[in-house]
Design a protein around this ligand. Structure first.
Ligand code: ADP
Ligand code: MG
Length: 688
């Protein structure tokens, strides 16, 4: 049986089931084989309810004795309560807002749960569990089978249940015979990898925890190894026949620009700048990421690096994710650098065709030294005469393909500098970003005032907004941020438009108010933003479009409505819009969420202003999927490796991939494995 065989030819799978499987993304035998369990039910580690301890995590299984649903709170949250027993004790289980769950549960249903144990309030039973880390409805005849050890738990659906997956995969493993190896034998033995077939068997049907661990190691290694090989091939191809720029040591221009800065660099900025100069002065192309919190002063670093490339007779490009940000950089750079005769250009989708073509001409004719812009920088038609350095700001908004497109410009291999305010784990910089060195700016420029942050309930809105009004009367400006409203929302939230209506026609009547949201045309957005920037608008109601980089030092107060809807890192980015001037600034997070975690989460905002701490908290609470999900990084989700915790395996896999690339191994085999695993995803990247 071939791994790339269509699933519908497997015994026991007819056209109907095949269709359902394909809906889940399972097309081939290989997909089924790599449909890894998302958890295991380990009978040997089940805790009897009588032995549960408050504060500890435990797995239990039991029968539902009693089931009740109620609605509570101002937002009519659905609360489903079940009393579960395993014969030794009772456990009260609570689910919030799980609309369809009730239909699937009955008195008598057997369930399996993992979660943290707490005291039960009211009701019978000694203990309670909510926020389950795993939950599983057990089928009737699962007892016999499951009593024998560890059972895989798959992502299943109502029509294709656990039993289906367990049986199909078991049968597949029995019938399959040999599984071709893709990792070269030398590497497999050097890195002590278990045979591939054994790994597949053990990941699905382990006998003990060690089996799971060993198999997982092997399979995660393979996954990361393949991606590394793919990235290395991609890099090699884009570099073929090209040379890197070797910049010289700082000369007169560089020194003059450095002397003209209105402030001294902080120690962290100095360190980063030194590292960048070292990189740029070497023949190996620079690939460096600067991670520094909002306001830590990354822009000046980009500016210095760009001047360095200009001093060496090259051109530099700075790509920003939004028009507003690009334009802001453009203005700032012109003020700083034009006195030195450095020619700066701007390129964005907003330019007319004629304007754009003029800029294109200046780029290819070397009539411009530094070009600042948006995605427009990577459109066809842009050809740099001599591109020496590419800087991307707020990197996580660009995908792999976009970055590669800019790096491919011209005949030189430009140095690459990436700036981000989001701390990105090493595993990600090595995979998604394809191998970047990382420098950190942890220190803030001196004199930065802390933004005073408060979490407040919606009942206090009148008070909050009268304070906003007072600030505006004193000459300040204010932001009001609302979450995006989705149509499918169960609990209706006021949209930015509605909040704008409420405020501008109510308390803020007579005060110039503005509204920006994602559905506006970018020209309209720009206009409002510009008016706010110029102080013509005093109160700006918006969705998160203001998130990145906007600089209005006179804005000193921000109200975030339904703050629980935002991630901490996002709130932090938002809050970074204020506290930029000489005024004490205030951030008020309005939220009526009652769950402990939500409250706890927001209160972290009151106690710290360290973006790294907040991002870590976010990662812990929301998991990497959601955290990185929005980043559109251009790589598919990993099937088994974990972007946060598998750094060790990744480093080994990367080393192995390097060895493979240097050796004489059969790259065709690796390419076809990549194709099997990632299909259109990776192939798309390979083609760019
Ligand atoms: P970010 O890292 O968020 O891009 P910016 O580069 O926009 O931050 O810097 C934020 C502000 O701090 C800017 O007004 C900038 O001029 C100022 N700044 C940067 N470095 C220093 C420094 N070493 N000393 C004082 N002010 C600085
Ligand atoms: Mg910035």
């Amino acid at each position: 049986m071939k791994l790339e065989e269509d699933i519908q030819y497997l015994k026991g799978i007819g056209p109907k089931k095949a269709e359902l499987l394909k809906k889940m993304g399972i097309h081939t035998v290989y997909d089924l084989l790599t449909w890894y369990p998302r958890a295991y039910e380990d009978q040997s580690s089940l805790t009897a309810m009588a032995d549960l301890r408050v504060g500890e995590k435990a797995s239990v299984s039991g029968v539902i004795m009693n089931l009740a649903e109620k609605q509570a709170g101002r937002r009519n949250m659905r609360i489903l309560n079940a009393m579960v027993s395993d014969g030794t004790g009772f456990l009260q289980v609570t689910w919030f807002n799980q609309k369809y769950l009730k239909q699937r549960l009955n008195v008598g249903t057997r369930i399996f749960l993992t979660g943290k144990v707490s005291y039960a309030y009211g009701g019978q039973g000694n203990y309670a569990m909510s926020q389950l880390s795993s939950f599983q409805i057990l089928e009737e005849d699962e007892t016999a089978e499951s009593s024998c050890g560890i059972l895989p738990i798959y992502r299943a659906t109502e029509r294709l249940g656990q039993k289906f997956f367990r049986q199909m995969i078991k049968k597949l493993l029995e019938d399959m015979g040999e599984v071709p190896e893709i990792i070269p034998a030398g590497i497999a033995s050097r890195y002590h990898l278990m045979p591939r077939r054994e790994a597949f068997c053990k990941i699905h049907f382990p006998e003990n925890r060690m089996d799971v661990k060993g198999a997982r190691n092997r399979l995660a290694f393979e996954e990361l190894y393949l991606i590394q090989c793919g990235l290395m091939m991609l890099k090699k191809r884009s570099r073929e026949g090209k040379q890197g720029v070797r910049h010289s040591e700082a000369g007169r221009l560089m020194h003059k620009v450095e002397e003209s800065l209105p402030f001294a660099l902080t120690d962290d900025q100095k360190k980063v700048w030194e590292a960048i100069q070292r990189d740029m002065e070497s023949t190996v192309p620079m690939r460096r990421m600067v991670q520094g919190d909002v306001g830590s002063g990354k822009t000046v670093i980009a500016l210095l690096a760009l001047v360095k490339t200009v001093e060496n007779g090259c051109q530099g490009a700075l790509m920003a994710p939004t028009e507003i940000l690009a334009e802001q950089h453009y203005q700032g750079f012109r003020e700083r650098l034009e006195p030195f005769g450095i020619r700066i250009g701007f390129l964005s989708g907003r330019l007319t065709k004629k304007q754009r073509e003029k800029v294109y001409g200046n780029i290819s004719g070397h009539g411009l030294d530094i070009v600042i812009g948006t995605h427009a920088l990577i459109q066809e038609g842009v050809h740099f005469a001599r591109l020496g350095l590419v800087v991307t700001d707020e990197q996580h908004r660009f995908g792999i393909a976009q970055r590669a497109a800019l790096e491919k410009q011209g005949d030189l291999l430009p140095d690459v500098l990436v700036m981000t305010a989001t701390p990105i784990p090493r595993t990600m910089t090595l995979t998604v970003y394809g191998d970047l060195e990382v420098s950190l700016i942890r220190q803030m420029p001196p004199g930065r005032k802390l933004v005073r942050t408060f979490v407040r309930r919606p009942e206090r809105r009148p008070l909050i907004y009268s304070y906003v009004l007072k600030q505006i009367r004193e000459g300040r400006q204010a932001y009001v941020v609302c979450p995006l409203v989705e149509m499918k929302e169960e609990i209706p939230l006021p949209s930015a438009e509605e909040v704008y209506e409420e405020l501008s026609c109510g308390m803020f009547r007579g005060i110039p108010c503005g509204l920006v949201h994602g559905r506006m045309k970018s020209a309209e957005k720009e206009e409002v933003m510009r008016a706010f920037h110029e102080g013509k608008i005093k109160l700006l109601v918006s969705t998160t479009v203001i998130e990145v980089g906007v600089n209005v030092p006179n804005a000193s107060i921000m109200v975030v409505e339904h703050a629980e809807r935002f991630g901490l890192a996002q709130l932090h980015q938002l809050r970074g819009r204020i506290g930029r001037g000489a005024y004490q600034s205030f951030c008020i997070l309005v939220s009526d969420s009652r769950t402990e975690t939500a409250k706890e989460r927001l209160h972290i905002m009151e106690s710290t202003q360290d973006g790294f701490v907040l991002a870590e908290e976010d990662l812990k609470m929301r998991g990497p999927g959601e955290f990185f999900g929005a980043m559109q990084h251009g790589l598919p989700d990993l099937k088994i490796a974990d972007v946060l915790t598998d750094l060790d395996i990744l480093l080994k896999a990367r080393q192995a991939a390097l060895e493979t690339m240097e050796g004489t191994a059969d790259m065709g085999k690796i390419l076809s494995a990549l194709a099997m695993q990632y299909r259109e995803h990776f192939l798309h990247i390979m083609e760019t």
